[in-house]
Ligand binder design. Structure first.
Ligand SMILES: [Zn+2]
Ligand SMILES: [Zn+2]
Length: 383
């Protein structure tokens, strides 16, 4: 049985027993790291090379790790400490943390709780942050939503984050870790900037996940702002989910991502539509036929009998949302896309949820408003 499979079983067992489980996150996952600097900030860190204890690192000590062929070279303040296949810097205290700064390629320093494991894979350094579930969730909640919001909003976001985590434990199983730190899984940039509101919110919602009526974990999709109406899942991803239904959202209209505009040269727009199959020749189409309104979300941009999926237009033009009108000003040299919202529009609308929380709604009400017919349950009831 692979090491990650064993970890996964231990993890589920720990979760069932109510302990805080540890998870393995690949950090700086999209970077081809070849050299980095680590420094323990707080806690008793033990440095090991290929499983053998080398020494106990001191606070603020600087450790430099680089690649030499198939091995990692570790340097401390006394010089080279050796070459290894795997280096671990581990500690078991909750408030312990270390800083991690990529040197090649250079990137600003981030701070992590938990332990660190380094090895070489595919010609780059693989860095795994081994961290308690609640600390990981607090880090993701901060990275995905920022600071300064209401406790009930953070509780809702932490339940979404936990639901994703447990629903995707095997996503990177063949690479030896649970989740990466990119948008591919959930954005995670290390430890909290000591935000007590997030920390407490994660604690209050401890162990909670979202399931459908069939008791399986849902795909808890979310986005920045729905523009006033969320979208059925099948209109964006072709997969129908009973809990990802379109709802009218009266809460997000004051959000900072509630509207947008984009001016496009009429000739370019006509040329694009011609490529998609509209008209007989490029540029001869009367621009006034481009006009289009969505009072409620439509699935297609329609001109006469000609239709293009709005999600395709959104992708092709890199638009903030597919919920837009097409205005044709009198001079006609450019058209104006006037849009609402930001993101795919499926599931929870973050800016609407923030407003609901500010208005006094409970996090369960918020989740049940955006996810249709769901159940909030304790993880231990599922296994
Ligand atoms: Zn991933
Ligand atoms: Zn909304």
């Amino acid at each position: 049985m692979s090491r990650v499979a064993i970890c996964m079983i231990m993890f589920l067992f720990a979760a069932k027993k109510g302990y805080t489980a540890e998870i393995f996150i690949s950090i700086f996952n999209e970077y081809n790291l070849t050299a980095l600097v680590i420094s323990p900030g707080n806690g008793n860190y033990t440095v090991t090379g290929d499983g053998l204890k080398l020494y106990a690192a001191e606070e603020n000590e600087i450790l430099y790790v680089s690649m030499a062929g198939e091995e990692l070279v570790l340097r401390g303040h006394t010089g080279v400490l050796g070459s290894f296949q795997e280096i671990s810097i581990s500690q078991y205290e909750k408030d312990g943390w270390y800083s991690f700064m990529p040197v090649d390629p250079l990137h600003e320093r981030r701070y992590y709780h938990g332990s660190l494991q380094l090895s070489i894979e595919f010609g780059r350094i693989k860095a795994l942050n081994i961290i308690a579930e609640d600390l990981y969730i607090a880090g993701v909640v901060e990275a995905e939503s920022g600071l300064g919001w209401h406790d009930m909003y953070y509780r809702a976001q932490s339940v979404i984050c936990r639901t994703y985590l447990y629903g995707n434990l095997a996503r990177h199983a063949d690479e030896g870790f649970h989740l990466c730190d990119e948008v591919h899984c959930q954005v995670y940039k290390g430890q909290l900037t000591s935000d007590e509101v997030i920390e407490k919110a994660v604690k209050y919602a401890e162990g909670l996940v979202i399931t459908g009526t069939d008791s399986t974990l849902i795909t808890a999709a979310f986005h920045s702002n729905c523009g006033g109406q969320t979208v059925n899942s099948e209109e964006v991803w072709l997969v129908r989910r009973p809990y990802l239904r379109s709802v009218n959202d009266p809460f997000c209209s004051g959000g900072r991502s509630s509207s947008w505009e984009r001016k496009i040269d009429t000739h370019d727009w006509g040329g694009y539509l011609y490529e998609m199959g509209l008209g007989d020749s490029e540029g001869t189409t009367d621009p006034y036929i481009f006009r289009f309104n969505q009072n409620f979300r439509e699935t297609h941009y329609s001109i006469g009998g000609f239709r293009i999926p709005l999600s395709k237009i959104r992708n092709d033009w890199n638009l903030r949302s597919a919920f837009f009108d097409v205005k044709v000003p009198d001079q006609g040299s450019s058209i104006l896309l006037r849009g609402r919202g930001h993101g795919h529009g499926v599931g929870l609308c973050q800016e609407g949820a923030m407003e609901m929380a500010a208005k006094g709604y409970n996090f369960i009400d918020i989740l049940q408003f955006y996810y249709t017919g769901i159940i909030i349950t304790d993880l231990t009831d599922l296994y």
